[in-house]
Design a protein around this ligand. Structure first.
Ligand SMILES: CC(C)(COP(=O)(O)OP(=O)(O)OC[C@H]1O[C@@H](n2cnc3c(N)ncnc32)[C@H](O)[C@@H]1OP(=O)(O)O)[C@@H](O)C(=O)NCCC(=O)NCCSC(=O)C[C@@H](O)CCCCCCCCCCCCC(=O)O
Length: 783
């Protein structure tokens, strides 16, 4: 637990609790005993604390901290802190790996800190809904000042060894053998006075500005925290660091108790464990196929087909993980653009050497030797099937063929090949090199080995892989459908897009549904609806009721906006790019012509023209292909409208657009909707409960095998606020299943034709029988 040895006058205490040397009560007890022994022994004149194996302690053991062993753990932790803080012999912490939470706090309580260059220090408790409760909020500001301490603690960010040296958090970076160096360093400081080495005895350098600093940061923290209580509570604890040390520690303990007993801390710790638990997948239809039984194929090289935004992002992720990549794109201009983006991103990450692992090509035969291909072409089933047909012929028989589709049928794609067992979905989220989620979709014939391979790939490239079944939209986008529909129905009834966004953002999402569509591109959903024949490029399908499709309520507002060229931020951004990077405009921008109402993709037109400017000038001045008036004006002003909001050039701040508001008003009038006032609560409930209700359907159908899989998808792919634990956790632990059912019953009685508000049979069953999502597989046994 903590191994004791001596090297002459130096006692070495090495924490040994694999894999991360976390502090359990027994580890802390062993540390107390070791410290007592070293203090008692007159031959010992200094002490080194280190971690055995790969790391310095990574903090308190969460299973103990949150369980019945919390009290002895805390009392032992206090004892260690007291022994270290009052010790009359110098204590040197030798840091390698990750010194996190309580581990870093132990180092701060010691007299000296040495670190290897690769070491990382951090106080990540805020991510667990807590604060650094072992003196971190009191000692850190005494070293770096209140301002930096607020920044470091409320973000929980990593501090690399070199930065820690600059901040005065470590005393020396050690290049060679850490333990040997630490022992010799300890020997060199023996007998020196210790008072000025005790951080607890120092004063906070910017103490006189504490109120000013707190006031200045509060607003930013509030905006970022979006309903999470931990960040602001951390600030309160840091504020107390200007008090005498003992008083500050007492305040820290009070605030820690408050946080530790909050529902948000429980939710965030559930998130921590769920993020790891999704790796322990099992096939919903055959539990014998699981992460233990299925062996992944080793992937060393990957082909990426399609060098659009997604293809480039996927390529960056693969290169960063050290994999060889062959990037194929048939459009030379697009390929060049992707290469530039990849180069720039890798350079920013100081990883330019990774470029040597990249081959770019326009020739499919270059994919003949890769272990796996990820197709990232346009979201069109016909096109994807064509690509897979080619890949099946060209790639080696054992290669895995994955599609980065966001919702198309994996079985239909697999059917285009003679190796459906090797075909699988890998749904990346944009930007693919940033977003952590990888939704992996197995088809009817996908083999266990193929599933294991893509789940392993997720880990290799630092993503959170979640295994789901095949259905339209899979888990994430399928659940988003009802949410979006309800948001649109709310517009019909009287709220403005900004009201919906505000309510959802106040709940904790980084973006409401309309800002999100503006960002992603309204045409994505439009194309999908066109393919599903719910609408056409010219308007509603003939002989179709305006507000119904196949018997279901339908809101045509987004289609109407698309027909007017209001495709989202990119229509504005695309035109703004005119000024700076005209070659950059390669996404799908549509131009609708007055003459025959036909819609063209600007990108395609661009391929036949010299420059975007020339094309636009041609279009604007050609008699036979005049643009719609408003698009024309927007192009002229280099600022096309987005779907629902206006954006000042270069800005992402959404401003209400009077044109859209008027359009919605006219629409209400035309279809006889009576405007009424709708509360934020109703907005949130209707949007989120319909999404969660779909989650119950998804579980019922076995598309997701556990509620935690859905939670992880929403947390890591859709910006669901982390402090609420995810949609399924939130509804079960915070709202209550019974309340959800009653609310859905009320809303569905009011809106009988909104089918997604009809409570799912699984939810009804669970409420009737007192069942729980945990019993369905939400493994929160660790909590
Ligand atoms: C460390 C990592 C970066 C490593 O990442 P890596 O990818 O290598 O590995 P994994 O993440 O997969 O982890 C492997 C394995 O280990 C499990 N695990 C990781 N961390 C912990 C942990 N801290 N505890 C338990 N288990 C852990 C993980 O689940 C994996 O398990 P699996 O089965 O899936 O293989 C990365 O793991 C990481 O970031 N970990 C989290 C580190 C962290 O957050 N540390 C901080 C912990 S909280 C803490 O330290 C609190 C302190 O501030 C002290 C608090 C003192 C409280 C005092 C309160 C006083 C007032 C109290 C009230 C009075 C009441 C009373 O008196 O009774």
């Amino acid at each position: 637990m903590a191994e004791y040895s001596t090297y002459g006058s130096v006692a070495v205490l090495q924490v040994n609790n694999p894999p991360l040397n976390t502090f359990t009560r027994h580890v802390l007890q062993a540390l107390v005993s070791g410290l007592e022994r070293a203090q008692r022994d007159p031959a010992v004149r200094s002490i080194v604390i280190a971690g055995k194996g790969p790391t310095f302690p990574a903090g308190a053991d969460l299973e103990e901290l949150l369980g019945t062993a919390a009290a002895p753990l805390l009392s032992n932790l206090r004892m260690v802190d007291k022994h270290v803080d009052t010790c009359q012999k110098p204590i040197v912490c030798a840091i390698h790996g990750t010194a996190l939470g309580g581990g870093f706090e132990l180092a701060l309580a010691s007299h000296y800190r040495l670190a290897v260059p690769s070491a990382t220090l951090s106080l990540p408790e805020v991510h667990l809904g807590m604060l650094p409760g072992a003196g971190g909020t009191q000692r850190l500001p005494r070293v770096v000042g209140v301002k930096s301490a607020i920044q470091l603690i409320t973000s929980g960010q990593d501090i690399k060894a070199q930065q820690a040296l600059t901040l005065g958090l470590v005393d020396k970076i050690v290049q060679g053998d850490l333990l040997k160096e630490a022992v010799s360093f300890a020997r060199s400081v023996e007998g020196r006075p210790l008072e000025d080495r005790r951080i607890s005895q120092r004063t906070v350098p910017d103490a006189d500005k504490v109120d000013e600093v707190v006031e200045a940061t509060r607003k930013t923290i509030l905006r970022k925290a979006r309903g999470a209580i931990a960040p602001l509570t951390c600030v309160q604890a840091i504020q107390a660091s200007v008090l005498p040390f003992a008083a500050g520690m007492a305040r820290e303990a009070d605030l820690m108790t408050y946080l530790m007993t909050s529902w948000q801390a429980a939710a965030q710790q559930y998130v921590f464990f769920s993020e790891r638990e999704v790796r322990q997948w099992s096939h919903p239809r055959d539990k014998h196929i699981n992460f233990r039984t299925a062996k992944p194929t080793v992937i060393k090289s990957v082909g990426v087909v399609g060098a659009g935004t997604m293809g480039a992002g996927i390529t960056i992720s693969l290169l960063q993980a050290g994999l060889k990549v062959v990037l194929l794109e048939v459009n030379k201009k697009q390929l060049d653009k992707a290469i530039a983006v990849i180069q720039k991103t890798l350079r920013q990450k100081s990883a330019s050497q990774k470029m040597s692992q990249l081959t770019t090509t326009m020739d499919y035969s270059q994919l003949s030797d890769v272990d796996m291909v990820i197709e990232a072409v346009f979201e069109n089933l016909r096109l994807k099937k064509e690509v897979f047909r080619k890949l099946d012929v060209i790639t080696k028989p054992q290669a895995v063929l994955a599609s980065n589709t966001s919702g198309l049928d994996i079985d239909k794609i697999a059917a285009a090949t003679k190796r459906p067992d090797k075909v699988v979905g890998t749904h990346f989220f944009s930007p693919a090199n940033v977003m952590r989620l990888l939704e992996n979709i197995y088809g009817k014939k996908t083999s266990a080995e193929t599933v294991a391979t893509v789940m392993q790939l997720a880990t290799t490239i630092g993503k959170v892989g979640v295994l789901v079944g095949n259905c339209a939209g899979f888990v994430g986008n399928r659940m988003l459908g009802p949410y979006r529909s309800e948001a649109l129905f709310l517009l019909e009834e009287g709220v403005d897009p900004q009201d919906v966004d505000r309510a959802i953002e106040e709940f904790g999402f980084p973006m409401g549904p309309f800002r999100m569509t503006d960002l992603a591109g309204n045409d994505i959903g439009w194309r999908r609806r066109i393919e599903a024949r719910l609408t056409t490029e010219h308007g509603p399908p003939p002989d179709t009721p305006a507000l119904y499709r196949r018997g279901d309520r339908y809101c045509p507002l987004p289609d109407m906006l698309c027909l007017q060229g209001r495709l989202g931020q990119k229509t504005g951004a695309g035109c703004m790019m005119l000024q700076e990077a005209k070659d950059d405009l390669t996404e799908n921008i549509y131009i609708r012509f007055r003459t025959d109402g036909s819609v063209f993709d600007l990108r395609r037109l661009l391929a036949h023209t010299k420059t975007l400017e020339e094309l636009i000038l041609d279009l604007l001045f050609a008699d036979d292909c005049a643009l719609l008036a408003h698009t024309e004006a927007a192009l002229m002003s280099h600022h096309a409208p987005s779907m629902c909001n206006r954006y000042d050039p270069g800005s992402r701040t959404a401003l209400p657009d009077p044109v859209v508001l008027q359009m919605i008003q006219d629409y209400r009038q035309e279809h006889g909707f009576k405007k009424r006032t709708i509360s934020s609560q109703e907005i949130v409930e209707r949007c989120l409960y319909s999404l969660i209700n779909e989650g119950f359907h998804v579980l019922d159908e076995g598309i997701a095998s556990r509620a935690l899989d859905i939670d992880v998808i929403y947390l890591f792919g859709y910006g669901w606020p982390r402090h609420t634990g995810g949609p399924m956790y939130y509804v079960e632990r915070v709202i209550g299943l019974e309340k959800l059912l009653r609310s859905l019953e009320t809303y569905s009685a009011r809106y009988p034709n909104h089918s997604h508000l009809q409570p799912s049979p699984l939810l009804r069953d669970m409420v009737a029988k007192g069942g729980s999502l945990a019993a369905l597989g939400t493994t929160d046994s660790k909590l």
